[in-house]
Structures are given as structure tokens and as C-alpha cells.
Design a protein around this ligand. Structure first.
Ligand SMILES: Nc1ncnc2c1ncn2[C@@H]1O[C@H](COP(=O)(O)OP(=O)(O)OP(=O)(O)O)[C@@H](O)[C@H]1O
Length: 596
């Protein structure tokens, strides 16, 4: 183990050791143990909120409500109905997750800010309901005398409760870490940063956000359940909107979208006011200035600042490249190409008729090109064929099935892969993870087996990882496997996008200007690559301005001009057509025969 990995590991062991040893040094009924238990409870909720806000990019200002649901479920079921804590906590968790679904479904139709406001409104309504529904919640008086949990006649006093909370915190951390490193985590980040990429691999943004929200609400529910037994009293004052904001602050300032951020955030933002307790009137002022300083000087949160400092002392070592041996074993099976038939396709954007009754077809296993001047409707045609736009009229049949009107993610799941005019990779994921993202709809392991890393889920990931490496090698960038996609050169990003489409099992691949911005060497490699993909059997539709490339690889060319088909046929015939030359390549080409 190098110094670089040894120190963080030692720190993690130290944190764990302090957490486990604490009760030996403080009294069972001490305030320190009370605060430490509460800290663990907040960390559980913060880990959940970080999954939603940090990884899936959905800011919730209403987590106090889900926390309250867990707390009130335990308080009411144990005090009024004498349930065991464990059963009541399970109910609290399920109720929080269920109400999370109800709150999230309408909210996800709106943008991030409206989502934040709706969750805030939900929390405010919930706070009022707790006060008003006296028959259930006992209003301002709250529920008192929440009993300590017990199991097999053993009562969980402060020390066992502390250890239980620490254990749950560790388990939650591990489960969430497993989710973050799985296809679900990759989809969260894709939906957060590059929604078109999520759609291209068949991940539904709504469903992905919902999964994050449900996990997050359930974790807030569990945290609330422990909060009730620890405090023994549950009142509406415990769950105000301030509480939601405190959670969000904890996660954002700790380090949004990092595994350790919520832990560090909770540790600092919960403990510091406690440590300043003796300073009475000054403590909130000091606390406020601290937050201000952090926002200004650590924009990526405390964890980000710590990581940056650490990197100065121990710069990252070059990561080992993917094993050549593993790559060589990959065999690329033949691909059963899907035919694409488009007829009478029209699309209007306000006053602009981008497509006007366009017919186009690409037989299975062919490579057909669409060319035309800027603004002639080429990308619009790809966007309609892949479900990114809805059409005003016409038909799109892929593999004989009408797909017009289907969502982009459904079309992708049918075996239609695509690339974008500007590469849409998830910058924060490695090249390999971006390709793995392509397999989103092919992965079978569900959320639970992924979180628990059950053997079949691990085996599937091993297999797909090998396959993804094989596709990176196929497109010629295996040596970039462990580099963040945002740090790879533009030309390689285009190749990684193709690998991602192939990883999704694409049988029809739509390439939108893949040659744009490539060097001569990269262009040559692209040409070979497209030829190889075609030889495997996939159907390729390529929109391209680079006419030499089109002439070399396409069997059929369609020329669009102002939304209509100007000419179609074999490249040699089409490129010599005077009308095409005039419209697309300019007068100079018409005179000299050389494309402009
Ligand atoms: N989302 C949109 N909203 C409004 N107008 C759009 C939209 N997408 C395309 N258009 C318009 O539709 C027409 C066709 O655009 P499109 O991007 O399909 O052309 P293109 O042939 O791909 O051009 P280029 O070669 O420059 O990429 C253009 O006039 C464009 O401004």
C-alpha cells in the first residue's frame, strides 16, 4: 500500500476506532454519548440526501418531513399501540419511502428548482399537518415517553443504542457506496450531468430520480426512527423547515456527490455548534461566519478541500492500464442489424419547417449517409428517429416496428444506439464507466442485489467490465479506460461514445457528425472502425459533412436541403449531381468538381 492510499485508509480506521471506543471513555448517560448517537442519526439521513442531491442532482428542501415520518411512526406505534421498535421503524421507513414517491412523482415533471420548492412546500404542509392532526400526533404537546428498543428481553440503553446507530450507519454507508459504484450510480450521475446520455443508454430520467428519491426518503425515515427513541419525545418543533435546510447545508458543505462528504459535513456542522455551546450569544455568529468562509474558500465542500490539499502532498499515481490479457480474450459476435424506414417525416419548430415529408431508408447491415448544408434538418431526423423529438407527421419503423411516439429510452432499449454532434459523455465518470453505462438496460441485477453485492451481481459486473474493456479496445482507446471522460481528448470522446453505443447491444447505430474535429489519423481510424462495425452486421446511419469519408464508407447517400430530400442514391452518382453540388457544395464545386 502506497503512502497515497495508506493515509486515507489509516484515517478511516481511526474514525472507526474512535467511534467504536467512545463509549468506553464517556459515561453511559453522558451528554457526549447522546451527541455522538445523534450525530450517527444525522449521518444516516445525510448519506441518503447526498445520494439524491449529490449523485442524482435533485435538491430536496423537504427531508425534515421524511425524517418526521420515521420519528412519528415509531413514537405513535410504540407508545400508543405498544409495537416493537423494530417493526415500527420498518413501517416508518416504508411510509417515508411511499410518501417520497407521492411527493416525487409530480415534482419530477418540473425542473430542479421547482423540484426543490415542491419538496419545501411538502415539508411545510407536513409540519402544519403534524400540528393540526392533534387526534393523531397530539399537536404541539408531541408524543412523550418513547420506549427504548428491546430485543429478546434485552433493553437498548444509551450504549447499545449508540452501537446500533453506528452499525446502521456503517451498513448504510456500505450499501450506498455499492449503489453509487453500480449501474444505478452511473445512471444517477448521467441524469444529473448529461440527460441525453442517460436517454441514449435507455435509462429513464424520471425512474432514475425516483429510485434516488425513494432510497433517500427511506434513509431519512430510518434516521427519524432512531431519533424518536433517542430523544424519547417527539414534537413538531423538531422537524421545521430549518431542519431540512440544515441537512442540505451539511451535505453541500461537506462535499456534494462524494461518499465521505455527508459524514464530514455532519461531523463539522453538527458538532461545532455543540462545542460552541458555552459561548451562548456568540455561537451562532461564529457558526454563520464559518459557513460563509467555507462557501467562499471551499466551493467543493470540506471533503473537496481536504482531497485537494492531500493531492498536493501525494499526487495521484498513474492508474494501471486495463490488462492487455483481459482485452485480448474478447470476441465480438456478429450483430443482427436492424433496418430503418422513414416515410413522410415532418417536424416544425415554430416558424421553421425543419423536415418536410422526408423519406429515408437504411436496409439491415447497410451504412447509409445523410448529408446536406447546415440547418437542412439532418440532426432533426436523427433526433426523431431516436425519440428525442416528437414528429408532426410521418412514420419511423425500426426493425419493422413503428417507433414514432416512443420515448428515447424505450427506443434505445430496442437496440438503437446513437452518438451526438457534440460528444455527450459523463465527464466525471471514467471512460470505462461511460462504456459500462451503455449496458444499463442489459444489466439484470436489481437494486437490492446490487446494494448487497450478491454473487450473481458481482459476476455480471465482472463480465460486463471485461466486455466494456473489449469495446474500448475495439474503438482503439483501451489505454484511456481509467481516465475521466472529461479529461480525454475530443477525438477519443467520439470513439468512447461509439463504444458506449455498442456496449448497449446496438443493432442500428446513428452517428451524428462523428468526424467533426478529428485529426487526419483519427479520421482514418474512424473510417476503419465504422467499416468493422458494419462488417459485424450493424446498420449504420451517419450524418456527416466530411464527404470523402462518406464516399468511402456509405453504400447509399441521402441529401437533405431545407428539410426536403434533394437527391438519394449511390455516393458516386449523388455527388456528381449538379443540383446537389450547387445546393450543398457551392458554385466552386460545380465548376471544378472539387467539394468546397
Ligand atoms: N430544438 C430546436 N428548436 C428550434 N429550432 C430547431 C431545433 N432543432 C433544430 N432547429 C432548427 O431546425 C432546422 C434544422 O436543424 P438541424 O439541426 O436538424 O440541421 P442540421 O442539418 O443538422 O444542421 P448542422 O449541419 O448545422 O448540424 C434549423 O433551422 C434549426 O435552427
Amino acid at each position: 500500500m502506497s503512502l497515497r492510499t495508506a493515509l486515507p485508509f489509516a484515517l478511516q480506521v481511526a474514525v472507526l476506532a474512535v467511534a467504536l471506543a467512545l463509549p468506553a471513555f464517556v459515561g453511559a448517560n453522558s451528554y457526549a454519548l447522546f451527541v455522538a448517537t445523534q450525530l450517527g442519526i444525522y449521518v444516516i439521513a445525510a448519506i441518503g440526501l447526498n445520494l439524491l442531491a449529490g449523485y442524482a442532482g435533485q435538491v430536496s428542501l423537504g427531508h425534515a418531513a421524511f425524517f418526521a415520518i420515521g420519528a412519528y411512526s415509531v413514537a405513535l406505534l410504540t407508545v400508543d399501540h405498544h409495537w416493537s421498535f423494530w417493526a415500527a421503524a420498518a413501517v416508518g421507513m416504508v411510509l417515508a419511502a411511499g410518501l417520497g414517491v407521492l411527493a416525487a412523482l409530480p415534482a419530477f415533471r418540473l425542473n430542479t428548482w421547482y423540484f426543490a420548492f415542491i419538496t419545501l412546500a411538502f415539508a411545510l404542509v407536513f409540519e402544519k399537518m403534524i400540528v393540526e392532526w392533534r387526534w393523531l400526533t397530539k399537536g404541539f404537546a408531541g408524543v412523550v415517553g418513547v420506549p427504548a428498543p428491546s430485543a429478546f428481553g434485552f433493553e437498548f440503553g444509551p450504549r447499545p443504542l449508540y452501537y446500533t446507530v453506528v452499525t446502521v450507519t456503517i451498513v448504510v454507508f456500505i450499501l450506498v457506496r455499492n449503489i453509487v459504484h453500480s449501474r444505478f450510480g452511473r445512471a444517477f450521475v448521467a441524469v444529473r450531468d448529461v440527460e441525453p446520455a442517460a436517454l441514449a443508454v435507455g435509462a429513464s430520467p424520471q425512474r432514475t430520480k425516483l429510485v434516488a428519491f425513494v432510497i433517500s426518503a427511506a434513509l431519512a425515515g430510518i434516521a427519524g426512527a432512531f431519533f424518536a427513541v433517542q430523544k424519547t419525545v417527539v414534537t413538531p418543533d423538531d422537524f421545521t423547515a430549518d431542519f431540512s435546510i440544515f441537512f442540505l447545508l451539511t451535505v453541500v458543505l461537506g462535499g456534494l456527490g462524494t461518499l465521505w462528504g455527508p459524514i464530514i459535513g455532519a461531523l463539522v456542522f453538527f458538532l461545532i455548534p455543540e462545542l460552541l455551546a458555552g459561548m451562548q450569544s456568540w455561537r451562532m455568529l461564529i457558526y454563520g461566519f464559518m459557513l460563509l468562509g467555507l462557501m467562499l474558500f471551499a466551493p467543493h465542500g470540506l471533503y473537496g478541500a481536504l482531497r485537494q490539499t492531500w493531492r498536493r502532498f501525494a499526487p495521484p499515481a498513474p492508474r494501471p492500464l486495463a490488462s492487455a490479457e483481459a482485452i485480448q480474450q474478447i470476441e465480438h459476435p456478429p450483430i443482427a442489424g436492424l433496418p430503418l424506414e422513414i416515410s413522410g417525416l415532418s417536424k416544425r419548430f415554430g416558424g421553421v419547417l425543419a423536415l418536410d415529408g422526408v423519406d429515408f431508408s437504411a436496409p439491415a447491415g447497410s451504412c447509409c449517409a445523410i448529408v446536406g448544408p447546415n440547418g437542412s434538418g439532418k440532426t432533426t431526423l436523427l433526433n426523431l428517429a431516436s425519440g428525442y423529438y416528437t414528429s408532426d407527421a410521418g412514420s419511423v419503423r425500426i426493425g419493422g416496428v413503428e417507433t414514432l411516439g416512443s420515448s428515447a429510452q424505450k427506443i434505445a432499449a430496442r437496440g438503437i444506439g446513437r452518438t451526438f454532434q457534440t460528444p455527450r459523455l459523463v465527464a466525471d465518470l471514467t471512460a470505462l464507466d461511460n462504456v459500462m453505462l451503455g449496458a444499463f438496460t442489459r444489466e439484470r441485477a436489481n437494486l437490492l442485489s446490487t446494494a448487497l453485492r450478491l454473487p450473481h451481481a458481482r459476476e455480471e459486473v465482472r463480465r460486463l467490465r471485461k466486455e466494456a474493456l473489449g469495446f474500448l479496445d475495439f474503438v482503439g482507446v483501451a489505454d484511456r479506460a481509467d481516465t475521466d471522460a472529461g479529461e480525454t481528448p475530443h477525438g477519443q470522446q467520439r470513439l468512447i461514445e461509439i463504444a458506449r453505443a455498442m456496449m448497449g447491444g446496438a443493432r442500428l447505430i446513428l452517428l451524428d457528425e462523428p468526424a467533426a474535429g478529428l485529426s487526419m489519423a483519427e479520421l482514418e481510424r474512424l473510417e476503419q472502425l465504422i467499416t468493422r462495425i458494419r462488417e459485424l452486421g450493424a446498420t449504420i446511419v451517419i450524418v456527416e459533412h466530411h464527404l470523402d469519408l462518406v464516399a468511402n464508407i456509405a453504400t447509399h447517400v441521402t441529401v437533405l436541403d431545407r428539410g426536403t430530400v434533394l437527391a438519394a442514391g449511390k455516393p458516386a452518382t449523388v455527388f456528381n449531381d449538379a443540383g446537389v453540388m450547387r445546393a450543398y457544395m457551392g458554385e466552386r464545386a460545380l465548376k471544378t468538381g472539387v467539394p468546397a
